[in-house]
Design a protein around this ligand. Sequence first.
Ligand SMILES: Cc1cc2nc3c(=O)[nH]c(=O)nc-3n(C[C@H](O)[C@H](O)[C@H](O)COP(=O)(O)OP(=O)(O)OC[C@H]3O[C@@H](n4cnc5c(N)ncnc54)[C@H](O)[C@@H]3O)c2cc1C
Length: 374
Amino acid sequence: MPHDDVVVVGAGAIGLGIAWRSATRGASVTVVDPAPGSGASSVAPGMLAPVTEFHHGEYELFELNLVSSKMFPAWIAELESVSGMSTGYRRCGTVMAARDADDMISLRETFAFQQRLGMRSEMARSAEVRGIEPALGPNTRGGIHVPGDHQVEPVALLAALLSACEDRGVRFVRSGVSGILVERGKVAGLSTAEGERITCDRVVLAAGARSGMIGGLPPGFVKVRPVKGQVVELLPGDESVCPTHNVRGLDVYLVPRQDGRLVVGATVEEKGWDPHPTAGAVHDLLRYAYELFPGVTEMRFGEVRVGFRPGTPDNAPLLGPTDIEGLILATGHYRNGILLTPVTADRIATLLETGSSPEDITAFSPTRKTMKRS
Ligand SMILES: Cc1cc2nc3c(=O)[nH]c(=O)nc-3n(C[C@H](O)[C@H](O)[C@H](O)COP(=O)(O)OP(=O)(O)OC[C@H]3O[C@@H](n4cnc5c(N)ncnc54)[C@H](O)[C@@H]3O)c2cc1C
């Protein structure tokens, strides 16, 4: 087995993004994954919405989301040009909609907060918001329009990343990694489920929600847990019942595809690795969607998908070197892994090239105690 500059464990959006960026900068890269593109990245609706995704106390994460969001258009243009494939990327903006007076109180708070942080958003009255999104229900009380938000189709993104990696000579090993081999505090390589040994002195662990389950590391070394999410996809039908922007309600979000499909997301469930879609989740998601867009009941049912977000104790990703020399983490992206792919790929590739973490990811060091809340 040849000795590579770097081995990436996991071929989701994060692992593939890092492999492509590092290979583009001249590194020889191997990616090990039994089923590339089969994890959370293939389930996510791909809403790229740093402003409407903002949660109190997550200011540093918001800033990183914003940096990545700004990188998206040029990153996608490069990816689509190298791969020759479309990723379904488009700038569609987001509308946050209030179905009743309670929702409206909450939206006003959100808007005031967005303004304090200098985010680009506009408050809209009932008639204005229905001018922006005519299919919204007649009871809609108002909303917030965020014109800068965008979306990508993650399944198409993964296909383009795989192709771009192959174009740059990334080697793929289709096996599960059973353990990281550590000798005298340094990475010595990997062992695969088939008993193969891959020798290397740098490993990037990007196995999504399974990152904490790789052998060879001390218990609790990678603090990532699976957070179950279910999404429903509705099939194209009458365009006039469907939104044209990303739409976020208080309990649901809707992501319309260019071909008329509509993705309705998402549950957030602490149920370990339970892989089953449930009637209750489908019922809730469709009911919340119907409260905003009554016409969605006319759409044909497509499918329900289940994925596992890589959650961390403070909801922020783990990015950078660890106490084991040569072991770098790029995982724990929780709700925002698709959005955070360009910045993660770029900064981890820089770390691999220069040996030090770029300044804007140092707050996300895997050796932090907990994220500073601000
Ligand atoms: C329902 C839902 C909705 C979401 N919505 C959005 C959204 O709208 N916008 C957004 O930005 N983010 C969203 N996310 C979050 C996003 O999907 C994740 O943060 C992101 O996909 C994580 O990417 P990843 O590459 O780290 O992990 P994954 O995509 O899970 O990839 C991990 C890879 O590691 C491989 N692997 C696992 N174990 C091993 C092993 N032992 N050896 C080798 N390989 C291994 C797997 O096969 C897989 O291919 C959503 C997630 C869910 C579940």
